[in-house]
Design a protein around this ligand. Structure first.
Ligand code: GAF
Length: 395
């Protein structure tokens, strides 16, 4: 989002807030969705990830209140337009809310549970992050609310601390067992960079990632397959990884060095399912490290393409979270000259990424779209992803 666009968006969201609540907001904040370049299902194994922020953002106009009341409104939720949800802070309780309001309310709950003096708020949200597309629309909502409350109540929390609280909101209040990648990406990414994140201690390194300068592009292909049933499967994968770590006697699969993978697999005996999960996580951490080395070496970035493809094969065959639509994007893009491609995010639908020469963007987009039509799938949505700014105050 350019500065000019950000100003216009902030003004429109502030105006709607004023219509809804009868006074101007105390401020307007933005937090982006993310796409993950490499490092999938490693975050809840204390491993490595490498997301970058999308230009698509959740924007929140917010005012502080002192009377223990939380009022919430979203421009995006069907049926919510015109309707403000009013909650009392003292009534907020984990897993009590199955609606979109659980995300912002969960953040307020998590802040208060951690002892921060948040006394109420009026919030109006509007987001351009596609939902159910594996691009972290939920994390964007959480982080934008957390950042606004951090500023309005002078909490002094840093980006990574807000990310931890947002993850707690999602794990405990919403009830989804996600890792820490999406919230940290939304809170901490920087324009023009991918974020190399160690999810064990949240240490981070901003890695310059400017594909256009090298004549390349990264496409996001949203298959339009919503991953609404993913939570049960996501939780099963997570539990399987934790079982693997327990059987191997380590705190997390991150503690199995890549060089010791074969020995570790041998120790798992004939538990084929756990062996596959362990193999994915350990090899995926190694792939992230390889991508980081390549990008830092200053060599041709095209060399990361085959690593993305390896990552897809591992998610498809070992972790088993791909689907026919995601596989079709990857296979068609590669057959049409892409440098690399893989599914991204939690899986079971959502989006794939395609690394391509700039000159191949149109032929690849056409080939993927035609392949979807031929297969009888819904037309995918294809857009270019440019590493964009993390969460920030707009006004
Ligand atoms: C989802 C989760 F929210 C993340 O924490 C991460 O596990 C990801 O799936 C898979 O890498 O986006």
């Amino acid at each position: 989002m350019s500065e000019a666009v950000a100003d216009t968006v902030a003004e429109a969201v502030a105006e709607r807030f004023t219509e809804l609540y009868g006074a101007e907001p105390h401020g307007v904040w933005a937090a982006p969705g993310r796409v993950n370049l490499i490092g999938e299902h490693t975050d809840y194994n204390d491993g490595f990830v490498m997301p970058f922020a999308l230009p698509h953002t959740a924007v929140a106009a917010v005012s502080a209140r002192e009377d223990g009341v939380l009022r919430l409104h979203s421009a995006d939720v069907e049926g919510a337009e015109g309707g403000v949800t009013e909650l009392r802070l003292d009534d907020l309780a984990p897993e009590s809310d199955k609606n979109w309001t659980a995300y912002p309310a969960g953040v307020v709950w998590a802040l208060r549970e951690a002892g921060h003096a948040v006394t109420g708020a009026d919030i109006h949200l509007a987001s351009t992050v596609p939902s159910g597309a594996g691009l972290s629309s939920s994390a964007a909502l959480e982080v934008v609310v957390a950042l606004a409350l951090n500023d309005l109540f002078s909490l002094g929390l840093r980006g990574w601390q807000l990310a931890r609280l947002c993850q707690r909101a999602e794990n405990v209040y919403v009830g989804a067992p996600v890792g820490i990648m999406d919230q940290t990406a939304s809170a901490c990414c920087e324009a023009g960079h991918a974020l190399f994140l160690d999810t064990r201690d949240l240490s981070q390194k901003q890695i310059p990632f400017d594909l256009a300068a090298e004549g390349m592009r990264l496409l996001v292909v949203d298959t339009q397959v919503k991953h609404s049933h993913s939570e049960g499967e996501y939780g099963k994968r997570r539990a399987g990884c934790e079982k693997g770590a327990a059987l191997l006697g380590v705190n997390a699969l991150r503690d199995i060095p890549y060089e010791e993978l074969d020995a570790a697999l041998a120790r798992l005996g004939d538990d084929e399912e756990v062996r596959r999960l362990v193999r994915h996580v350990v090899t995926e951490d190694e792939r992230v490290e390889r991508v980081v080395s390549l990008l830092e070496s200053g060599d041709d970035t095209r060399a990361i393409g085959p690593i993305l493809v390896e990552g897809h094969a591992s998610l498809r065959d070992d972790f088993r979270i791909s689907c026919p639509e995601l596989d079709l994007v990857v296979d068609t893009a590669l057959a049409s000259g892409a440098l690399g491609a893989r599914m991204t995010g939690g899986g079971f639908g959502g989006s794939a990424i395609v690394l391509t020469e700039e000159t191949d963007v149109d032929p690849i987009t056409k080939a993927v779209t035609e392949a979807f039509t031929a297969a009888g799938f819904t037309t995918p949505r294809v857009f270019e992803a440019v590493p964009s700014a993390g969460a920030r105050r707009l006004r």
